[in-house]
Design a protein around this ligand. Structure first.
Ligand code: MSK
Length: 676
């Protein structure tokens, strides 16, 4: 890093210190490399541009042309009545709540539009109009069909017979797609939640209807002069977030599993070091596996491998960034090259022949970085283009998917000969075991009761496992890359908390060596280590991408159904976290976890500090309403202990706060707990 410091001194431009930017060595090395080559990165821009203090507090209103109105907190806080108001009279609570609800709408729209794309492709496949897509996991289709009220068997001459899988697929596809725009009734998947939770939603009047309707209503209600009651606004916020988690995202995950296969554990490498100097390197970045599945098939075809060899390479190295990385990893073992803040560095290696992007979390600065190298930056989605003239747009069409993918892979191979001499691929890479879907977790934790979650519950009840935590979400250039994720997760493990991860948090955990069974002995408290070693799982389970947070909702529901830990998700000794969040999608996810009963702690900051009454609504009232509530703590150790304290509170409420000896349960005990 001496080189980095030297480079920092000789450049006039304000740059980020590599050691301050990230805790991760490959990222530090590439930030130093960027400084050396005088290429600006996200870390440099974060150093240069300070965030707006009023916007950070959530009390800037710019929804009409009389503003923007800014309502800073008076020095010394609010004494007596809060008299702050915008030109129209909107209070700080209304402004902060409208901003919050619009963030939920943005996040829910992103996940759910992703889900809609999957549902549309599945419908085209079911109609035999998309020959490159098919049902790869019929068992998964049969599992979800009843939730769409689609029969999987038929009575013929008094005999029950299995229905044709193509017929089931078509009916599921036609029903699923209507979940986005049906004019009446509530989302079909709500019935998957524990009964008491469904009752809470009904009581609060927040059962989501169709996904699109909820998002539209958010935008209507938050318009100037419509809903001006923060509590009523947050009903719509909760309803929309639930439409995301229990409908748009959940259907997206399910249909991806049906079309591409449900994940099961597999081993892979991770980090920028997976790129290979003597290979054609193709990086796929974004979110939708509709694209990446086809790119994988093309890149692994003998024809393309032979073509790469003909062009002087030893082969094709495919890798992912962000949630596309998670999608490719969990089903194929294709390695992630990095998470959100590492995207520019994949190009700065000088060895990236093509970066192929679709939607979400793609920095526009990639185009500027790509100009410094031979890298072809290829956008593929009709809703996500870039204005820079070096960006190539190859629109991906599900009807000709494989053709489009082959064209992209061939373009990357043809670009190999244009690679410059300035190649520097960091050597750092980690090994990981990823791909834990709900079914595979059930299998691995099942012990002698294969196919039942009770072994997990039993180990929570006997105290070996203190509780469970979901750690999810992004990186944020305002916090040190990966530091909060990793410090937090290690603290949870030390305290015997089993962790599940998704999104960029999952990639961070993989890069830092937390996704291996061996890491249990290194990082876990004795109880958790014993369980992980006995069943052979990592103490941190990779459960997928951003839309796959819906898997966590279902895993929690499985735990409730397994018995012994209360009747609802809010009874479980569990908590959620997004320590380095940055995207509106994280707020939508956070809100659907809170509204599903999960205590959810965010790091960095939440844009609500300028409206203390609204903040109390999120932090306190919601616990009464849903059993879950928001919290925020930037310090990762304190953050972990907030979660642990909540877990302990739930253990106490369940009467399992005292360590007990393991009791072998007989059938009568199990029946008493409602386990069949
Ligand atoms: S990619 S939303 S930076 S997790 Fe899903 Fe990562 Fe956050 Fe994007």
């Amino acid at each position: 890093m001496a080189e980095a410091t030297k480079a920092k001194e000789v450049k006039a431009r304000k740059v980020a210190d590599p050691l301050e930017a990230s805790i991760e060595p490959a990222t530090q090395q590439m930030q130093a490399r960027a400084i050396e080559l005088d290429i600006e990165t996200v870390f440099d821009r974060a150093v240069t541009m300070k965030p707006c203090a009023i916007g950070m507090q959530g009390i800037c209103c710019k929804i009409c042309a009389m503003g923007p109105c800014r309502l800073p907190l008076p020095k010394g806080g609010i004494q007596g009545e809060d008299t702050r108001k915008g030109i129209c009279g909107a209070t700080a609570n209304t402004i902060a709540a409208r901003n919050w609800v619009r963030m939920i709408a943005g996040g829910a729209a992103a996940h759910s539009d992703h889900g809609r794309g999957v549902a549309e492709t599945f419908l085209a496949a079911a109609r035999k109009q998309a020959p490159d897509y098919s049902v790869k996991d019929p068992a998964r289709l049969i599992q979800i069909a009843p939730y769409f009220d689609v029969a999987t068997t038929v009575e013929e001459d008094g005999v029950t017979k299995d229905r044709d899988i193509d017929e089931i697929a078509l009916e599921v596809a036609e029903t699923a797609i209507r979940e986005w725009g049906k004019p009446e009734l509530t989302a079909k998947y709500l019935k998957r939640a524990p009964k008491p939770l469904q009752e809470k939603w009904k009581k609060q009047g927040v059962e989501p209807r169709a996904v699109d309707r909820e998002i539209v209503e958010c935008m209507h209600r938050t318009l100037m002069g419509v809903d001006q009651d923060y509590k009523n606004l947050m009903k719509q916020g909760a309803r929309t977030a639930l439409a995301d988690g229990w409908c748009g995202s959940m259907i997206g995950t399910d249909l991806q599993d049906v079309m591409f296969g449900s994940p099961s554990p597999l081993q892979a490498e991770s980090n920028l070091g997976v790129m290979k100097e003597d290979h054609v390197n193709i990086i796929v970045h974004g979110h939708e596996p509709l694209l990446s599945e086809m790119i994988i098939a093309a890149a692994q075809s003998q024809e393309m491998i032979d073509y790469a060899v003909e062009k002087g390479a030893k082969g094709i190295q495919l890798a992912g960034i962000c949630c596309t990385a998670n999608e490719m990893l969990q089903r194929h073992g294709v390695p992630p090259a990095g998470n959100f803040l590492q995207q520019e560095f994949a190009i700065i290696t000088g060895a990236c022949e093509a970066m192929v992007v679709d939607v979400q979390c793609i920095m526009q600065n990639l185009a500027n970085v790509a100009k410094c190298f031979h890298t072809k930056l290829i956008t593929t989605h009709k809703i996500a283009k870039m204005e820079q003239d070096n960006v190539i747009h190859i629109e991906f069409n599900e009807h000709y998917a494989s053709e489009d993918a082959r064209r992209i892979v061939k373009m990357a191979i043809d670009n190999y000969e244009n690679r410059g001499a300035e190649v520097m691929i960091p050597r750092h890479k980690g090994t990981q075991v990823a791909g834990f879907g709900v079914e595979s977790i059930k299998y691995h934790l099942g012990g002698s009761f294969r196919g039942n979650w009770y072994t997990l519950n039993d180990n929570i009840i006997n105290g070996r496992i203190r509780g469970v935590a979901g750690v999810v979400g992004c990186n944020n250039a305002r916090t040190k890359h990966n530091e909060e994720h990793i410090t937090l997760i290690k603290e949870l493990l030390k305290n015997d908390v089993l962790v599940v991860v998704t999104g960029c948090s999952a990639i961070a955990a993989g890069v830092h060596g937390l996704l291996t069974p061996e890491s249990a002995a290194v990082y876990c408290g004795p109880g958790l280590a014993e369980v992980c070693e006995t069943v052979g799982i990592p103490p941190v389970l990779h459960v997928g991408s951003c839309v796959d947070n819906s898997r966590i909702l279902l895993a929690l529901t499985e735990m409730v159904n397994a018995g012994g830990l209360g009747d609802d998700i809010s009874d479980l000794p569990g908590a959620g976290s997004a320590p380095e969040w940055m995207s509106e999608k994280a707020i939508a996810i956070g809100q659907y976890f809170v509204s599903s009963g999960v205590y959810t702690v965010f790091g960095y900051h939440l844009p609500i500090e300028g409206a203390p009454v609204f903040k109390d609504h999120l932090y306190k009232d919601m616990e009464e309403m849903y059993g879950g509530m928001w919290d925020c703590e930037p310090d990762p150790i304190k953050h972990a202990h907030l979660m642990i304290a909540h877990i302990d509170k739930k253990r106490k409420a369940l009467g399992i706060d005292k360590a007990r000896d393991r009791v072998l349960m007989d059938m009568a005990d199990r029946q008493a707990l409602g386990i069949e």
